[in-house]
Design a protein around this ligand. Structure first.
Ligand code: LLP
Length: 419
């Protein structure tokens, strides 16, 4: 579900024509529909009505401050993975007691900052991390709530770079080790073990692996209770898939219906960490066609956005639909198979491969769909390219929520050392 639709032949975001935005801010740019963000959040929240559930939006998917602020205002907590995300979360006014912090490699400085801010809990991924958090809490003179991130060894059918819940992954702690750590929690006087966390991967389109995971965790929680442990929270993680092309992902409602009976039996407060589900279909990338090149064996549509702006196709072979911002009439030239490529000096620099596209002319715009999640947040300055602006739309209005970087931004913090 998204709010990018053609009106009078031109692609719009909500009530604003993308050509109008392009003329005002130049290309390339990311464009987010705030109404889509709000709607996805609402759907998930409503699907879990009746369950004591905190949705902690996964900031890594899209950490635009305006977008985060919208979600926080609607009652979302945050799932963070770094000191930087903590900083941004606090900046947009998230209350610390709605923030959960995952990552296999939290530094002591990051732990100190998050603990001092009073976050709800750390999702802990190793025994040494428990010791580190215990040490910091001792220095701060407080008792720090933690959950253990348990690796349920469940396989979710998604790209192997984004499965996280199997034995081969660096994430989480095996059930047996986690059980022992819970039982030995007395060894950490400055920690309070309050929950179990899992996250089995991303872009998961069916409920089955989640159900499998919850069943396993449910048994695990029963074992812990028998051993005298008192838990308050179960965090399911994120990972709900969206439509990029022809996927038929579960709806929020179907997902909630599948897991609800299991969750109710567990009698724990529930945390969800959705990222992509909320931000993915809420954003697009608009790029301008520079050149059309018909080489011997292939046709290339060369555009002004590259893999530094949107890394997903290059890294994961991810599919993003490509739409012309101005629709052509049926009398126009026939579509051919083309690669849509950027200006970066890498053969891996492409936004789409082998797509049917009508002959585009220089100066025309293309929209790369469904890149609100892991789009801008994974962008870089590779090839010394300034990062592109993020525009937010609500109704008939749009704002530049993050301006285009300038050449000065490229050298900020750097010295020319004549040594
Ligand atoms: N919670 C934890 C602990 C996570 O590691 C992640 C994502 C999420 C929640 C949110 O997952 P989501 O609901 O967005 O699927 N860059 C990749 C995705 C990496 C996901 C990393 N972890 C991509 O572009 O597909």
């Amino acid at each position: 579900m998204h709010r990018f639709k053609y009106k009078k032949g031109g692609l719009h975001c909500e009530g604003v024509g993308l050509e109008r935005i392009a003329q005002k801010v130049g290309t390339p740019f990311y464009c987010y529909s705030l109404e889509s963000v709000r709607e996805h959040y609402r759907r998930l929240r409503d699907a879990f009505k009746g369950i004591d559930c905190q949705i902690c939006y996964s900031v890594k998917s899209n950490s635009n401050l305006t977008l985060m602020r919208q979600l926080v205002r609607m009652g979302a907590g945050l799932d963070i993975v770094s000191g930087g995300e903590l900083y941004k979360g606090l900046k947009v006014g998230a209350s610390p007691e709605t923030i959960v912090y995952s990552s296999v490699g939290k530094t002591e400085a990051e732990i100190r900052a998050a603990s001092s801010a009073g976050i709800l809990m750390f999702n802990v991924e190793s025994e040494e991390e428990l010791e580190a958090i215990n040490r910091v809490a001792c220095h701060l003179g407080k008792v720090q709530p933690v959950a253990l991130r348990v690796n349920p060894d469940v396989k979710a059918s998604t790209h192997h770079y984004i499965t996280t819940g199997t034995k081969e992954n660096k994430f989480g702690i095996s059930m047996d080790d986690a059980f022992r750590m819970f039982v030995e929690s007395y060894r950490y006087p400055f920690l309070k073990f309050i929950g179990v966390h899992t996250h089995i991967g991303s872009q998961i389109t069916e409920a089955r692996p989640f159900v499998q995971t919850i069943r396993k965790i449910s048994e695990f929680v029963t074992r812990l209770r028998r051993a005298g442990m008192f838990l308050e929270y179960f965090n399911i993680g994120g990972g709900l898939g969206i439509v990029y092309s022809k996927e038929k992902p579960q709806t929020a409602h179907a997902f909630a219906a599948a897991v609800r009976p299991l969750l109710q039996k567990m009698k724990l407060k529930v945390i969800l960490e959705p990222g992509r589900f909320i931000s993915g279909n809420s954003g697009i990338l608009v790029t301008e066609v520079l050149y059309w090149k018909e080489a011997r064996h292939k046709t290339f549509c060369i555009v002004d956005a590259g893999m530094n702006d949107l890394a997903r196709p290059s890294i994961y072979g991810a599919h993003h639909e490509i739409l012309p911002v101005r629709q052509r009439g049926s009398s126009g030239p026939a579509a051919t198979h083309v690669d849509v490529v950027g200006p970066i000096c890498e053969s891996g620099d492409f936004l789409a491969k082998d797509r049917k596209l009508v002959r585009m002319r220089s100066g025309e715009f293309l929209a790369v769909m469904s890149c609100g999640a892991y789009g801008f947040t994974m962008a870089s300055n590779y090839n010394s390219r300034p990062r592109i602006p993020e525009v937010v739309v609500r109704g008939q209005r749009f704002w530049v929520a993050r301006r285009r970087e300038t050449p000065e931004d490229l050298i900020r913090g750097e010295e020319i050392l004549d040594v």
